[in-house]
Design a binder for this molecule. Structure first.
Ligand SMILES: Nc1nc2c(c(=O)[nH]1)N[C@H]1C(S)=C(S)[C@@H](COP(=O)(O)O)O[C@H]1N2
Ligand SMILES: [Mo]
Length: 538
């Protein structure tokens, strides 16, 4: 075995160069062409829910970063192993490295949002990585006695190579190397260090450029939204109890929870976007962004909720959405009578199964282009997404939506249905305490309690709060803006004793459904149970 450590290092550096160069060039092509993202993106759907779920629970919204880092780390380990192999099987290692480099290219090719051109950055990265590998390996293993380096092997093809027995001394290529062992070692580490640093810098630069381009979103800035044909009514001051620590009534898009399976939001040029309505319809409809922006668009305040939201969690947000009623689009397409589901597809392969009545009845289901007065941010579906009041996001709120396939529940299934979640998932009545914060220390005397409750499509009728094991008392409700937005509430307890206390909340919707105290996990249809927090009075 020769110089296995240097050879392994060569493999790692070559991998860094491959991903670094590809990542940097990928910025000109869009995130769909970035090899690490494509690899991670391909791995997610193949990973069993039992593994994905704990990772998401553990890392929260950092799960994407975790996945990218894990994928990158695995690639470096593989590169190191292949390099190590090169110390005694250089040819096999070269072939293996090339084969491994094809994996991200394949991953890019099978992603629905990418085109053939998107493999260019990775191809260039692969060529550079292979070149670096060859150079480093031959310099890592050059001081060899029998000349097994690729260069030496080429100089002495098997047939022409003199038989070993007749060459007692070292071959010419060896003798020249021996006296320079120390410098060659230093040179190897110097070259490796420089190339490795360059590769790492390229990865970092690629990431920085990526975050800049995604934030600035040239395409987002260019999209000019029309004035709403029907504006949403202004939010009355009385909808939001003025209590410090209570969430704002409308969520700022930058604070709005984000849940999706995309490692990076796809970047879509609105001029190239279109929505196709097809399947069990009388006449297919295709809508471009210009068509959509020419239609009379309505604004509605709607609270969006994730089925994975834990009791008291943050996966819920309220926004003013601008869009066109999906009902009208489906009316144009004329669904067949036996259709009972619309499978909405995203450009990134995600799909959601929405009961067709939720898109055709009189609720305000939207093909949305605007959020709180601006185009949708890339993370929230730019240039267009669905927003359906009353259903959890995973069965309705498809971001980067490109297709509405009219179909039947007994014929098609959606992304999460295939992973054990419900096919239909109406939002359950829910509530949370936001003030005081968990384990807050509050001064003796009156304790203010406030929070938020939601029951989209029904509306909140009452919110009950109790202190420790006391009786339920009704909280004071903020004004109802509409039945599809959350309702904020406040109450207070006076003369609370010093020490640790628990405050618990439950909500009752306008249909009389009382939020159940029964604890259950979020799969398949959302967690239940009453939210409670503890605080201490000093
Ligand atoms: N394309 C796409 N759309 C998607 C998802 C997704 O993974 N991919 N996730 C859905 C889920 S589970 C939820 S809760 C909402 C979240 O929307 P938000 O990220 O804008 O808050 O988007 C829905 N739309
Ligand atoms: Mo979700």
């Amino acid at each position: 075995m020769r110089r296995p450590f240097r050879a392994a290092l060569a493999g790692i550096v070559a991998t860094l160069v491959l991903f670094g160069a590809a990542d940097l060039i990928a910025r000109a092509f869009g995130p769909q062409s970035a090899p690490l993202l494509a690899l991670g993106q391909t791995i997610i759907p193949l990973t069993p829910t039992e593994i994905v779920k704990p990772v998401i629970d553990l890392f929260g919204t950092n799960d994407k970063l975790f996945l990218i880092l894990t994928t990158g780390f695995a690639a470096l380990v593989l590169g190191g192993l292949i390099g190590w192999l090169a110390s005694h099987r250089p040819r096999l290692a070269t072939v293996l490295l090339f084969a491994a480099g094809l994996a991200p290219i394949l991953a890019i090719l099978i992603r629905p949002e990418s085109s053939v051109l998107d493999i260019i950055p990775t191809l260039i990265g692969l060529v550079l990585g292979m070149a670096v590998f060859r150079v480093l390996i031959s310099s890592a293993t050059s001081r060899t006695v029998t000349g097994t380096t690729p260069a030496a092997a080429r100089k002495f093809p098997a047939a022409a190579r003199p038989p070993r027995s007749s060459t007692p001394g070292p071959s010419p290529s060896d003798t020249t190397e021996t006296p320079t062992a120390e410098p060659s070692r230093r040179r190897f580490f110097a070259i490796t260090g420089i190339i490795g640093a360059a590769g790492a810098a390229a990865v970092a630069a690629g990431q920085t450029v990526a975050s800049l381009t995604l934030d600035a979103g040239a395409a987002v800035a260019k999209l000019v939204l029309p004035t709403p044909a029907k504006k949403a009514p202004p939010i009355p001051a009385a909808a939001h109890p003025d209590i410090e620590g209570l969430a704002p009534f409308l969520t700022d898009p930058k604070d709005f929870y984000r849940i999706d399976t995309a490692l990076a939001p796809p970047v879509i040029d609105p001029q190239e976007w279109s929505l196709r309505i097809h399947g069990l319809v009388e006449s297919e409809v295709t809508l471009t962004m210009d068509d959509l922006l020419d239609l009379p668009l309505d604004e509605h305040h709607i609270t969006l909720t994730c089925v994975s939201n834990p009791v008291g969690g943050e996966l819920v947000g309220n926004a003013t959405w601008l869009g066109y009623p999906v009902r009208e689009l489906l009316r144009q397409a004329q669904p067949h009578k036996d259709a009972d589901m619309v499978l909405s597809h995203s450009i990134d392969g995600f799909s959601a199964s929405t009961p067709i009545e939720a898109l055709t009845d009189d609720r305000d289901s939207l093909l949305a282009v605007g959020m709180n007065g601006s185009p949708l941010p890339p993370a929230h579906g730019f240039p267009a997404r669905l927003v359906v009041p009353g259903l959890y996001g995973f069965v309705s709120a498809t971001k980067w939506v490109t297709e509405l396939e009219v179909t039947r529940f007994d014929e098609k299934t959606a992304y999460w249905t295939d992973r054990g979640w419900d096919a239909r998932a109406p939002i359950l009545v829910a509530s949370r305490v936001e003030v005081p914060k968990p384990l807050a220390k509050v001064p003796a005397g009156d304790v203010a309690v406030a929070g938020t409750a939601w029951a989209q499509q029904s509306g909140i009728k009452r919110v009950d709060v109790k202190l420790d094991d006391g009786e339920w008392t009704s909280a004071e409700l903020g004004d109802e803006v509409n039945i599809d937005t959350w309702r904020q509430w406040k109450t207070g307890f006076s003369d609370v004793d010093a020490g640790l206390h628990t405050v618990t909340v439950r909500a009752i919707d306008q249909d009389g459904n009382v939020q159940t105290p029964e604890r259950r996990k979020s799969i398949p249809n959302s967690a239940t149970g009453h939210h409670h927090i503890q605080f201490s009075v000093e």
